[in-house]
Design a protein. Structure first.
Length: 70
C-alpha cells in the first residue's frame, strides 16, 4: 500500500510504500526525488503530520536512513 502527501515550502511532497518501507521525498523547485530505505511507519506518520516537514526531515530522516540519492 502506498501513502502520500502534498507538501509546502521546499518539500513539495512525499510517498511511502508500507510494504517495502521505501519513502520518496520531492524537494526543491524542480521536485528532485530523494529515496530512503528502511523507513518505519512511525517515522513516516510523524513526518507526514509534522508542522514543519523541512525541520523534521533534517532532524530525523536525512542521514538516518539509507539513501542512494543523498
Amino acid at each position: 500500500m502506498e501513502e502520500s502527501f502534498a507538501g509546502t515550502s521546499w518539500i513539495l511532497g512525499a510517498k511511502y510504500n508500507t510494504e517495502t518501507k521505501q519513502m520518496q521525498v520531492y524537494i526543491g523547485m524542480k521536485g528532485e526525488v530523494y529515496e530512503f530505505e528502511g523507513v518505519d511507519h512511525e517515522t513516516w506518520s510523524e513526518f507526514k503530520n509534522a508542522e514543519s516537514k523541512g525541520k523534521y526531515f533534517n532532524l530525523y530522516i536525512r542521514g538516518n536512513f539509507q539513501s542512494p540519492s543523498i
